[in-house]
Design a protein around this ligand. Structure first.
Ligand code: PBG
Length: 345
């Protein structure tokens, strides 16, 4: 009997003499493919990173991130409500000071009336508990030299230990302003422990920590630095505190340290160039694992799609699916709003 007659549906033999395999049979119809899909991407998997800039009256487009803006506090609250209405479960907020408010220690970051705290309050008022509100906890947006911590004046390097109390103070301010989750992204050793202790001392026992645990010194953060108006002085980089892209085992060591210090969830960043790391981390730990599909990953898709070279939404869906397939429980992505529309809330 031929392959065609055995299906009873008149499908032609697939190739001369080669038997129809189970794999091919189960791919035949959309319903079959849907039934046996191993990886299901849904709006529940998405977290939208959002920027809010102090001292502006209109949202400002970010040219290297088409579709992304620097929000005012008011436009941020509107956007978060819109995302919530589409079913997006979480946002990651980046507060950005006025340029004149940057200084060597990022002293404006933790003020109760600082931009991040005002934004957190407005978002909390807008969506209550219906959305998980996360706050990026770092100083690079607030320092005039653009490093993630304070800099030792004699060596010019970031002073890891002098930075830790500043992170703890910032985390407490963010939690008091309404953040559910504090996400330290500066890659200082001991940052999760210092923040957990600071939160606990302040009685903020319910505030969770998402560690940017395995964060690589990546060339893919370029557009973010436009969005956040961060320039590292003297053409410097973050290779002294972020991970070397060639190192895989080191990620597990970083993740283990963060969990031992009290991280409730861990993150791998960027996403697509580190799928092996996501898979390793997923296999090694039992806490939720996040991945950050970063600005450069988004910008590449957008730029090629604008030229008609690729199908943007199709590629975005495929990339998010890959990140989930590798083992991430949720993905931070500038595509969150767009994909929420495609996936349906
Ligand atoms: C640091 C921070 C960065 C990103 C998130 N948090 C930039 C950096 O480490 O230089 C990058 C995110 C992206 O590229 O989308 N506060």
């Amino acid at each position: 009997m031929s392959a065609a007659s055995s299906t009873g549906r008149g499908s032609p033999p697939v190739s001369a003499g080669f038997p129809t395999t189970r794999l091919r049979r189960l791919r035949r119809s959309p319903a079959l493919r849907r039934l046996i899909s191993e990886t299901r991407l849904s709006v529940d998997d998405l977290v939208a990173p959002l920027f809010v800039l102090d001292g502006i009256v209109e949202p400002q487009p970010v040219h290297s991130l088409p579709g992304v803006v620097q929000h005012t506090v008011d436009s941020l609250a509107v956007e978060v409500k819109r995302l919530s209405g589409m079913g997006v479960p979480g946002v990651m907020l980046f507060g950005l000071p006025r340029p004149e408010d940057k200084d060597a220690t990022g002293s404006h970051a933790a003020r109760a009336e600082g931009i991040t705290q005002r934004a957190l309050g407005a978002v909390r008022d807008a969506v209550g508990d219906t959305m998980v509100v996360m706050a990026d906890c770092c100083l690079d947006e607030f320092t005039d030299h653009g490093h993630c911590g304070v800099v030792d004046p004699t060596t010019g390097d970031v002073d890891n230990d002098a930075t830790l109390p500043l992170y703890a103070e910032l985390a407490v301010a963010q939690a008091r302003a309404g953040a559910d989750v504090i996400a330290p992204s500066g890659m200082m050793d001991g940052q999760v422990g210092a923040i957990r202790a600071g939160l606990d001392d302040a009685g903020l026992l319910d505030t969770a920590i998402l560690g940017y645990s395995a964060k690589y010194a990546s060339a893919l953060y370029g557009p973010f630095r436009d969005a956040a108006a961060v320039t590292i002085s003297g053409g410097g980089d973050r290779k002294g505190y972020q991970q070397d892209p060639g190192n895989r085992r080191e990620a597990l060591a970083e993740v283990a340290l963060d969990i031992a210090e009290g991280a409730d969830m861990v993150m791998v960043k960027p996403a697509l160039t580190y799928l092996d790391v996501i898979a390793d981390v997923r296999a090694a730990v039992d806490v939720p694992v996040a991945a950050y599909h970063v600005s450069g990953e988004y910008a590449m898709v957008k730029a090629a799609a604008e030229r008609g070279w690729i199908d943007g939404p199709g590629v975005a869906l495929e990339q998010m699916t890959a990140v989930k397939r590798a083992g991430a429980d949720f993905v931070l992505t500038y595509f969150a709003g767009e994909l929420a529309e495609v996936l349906g809330g």
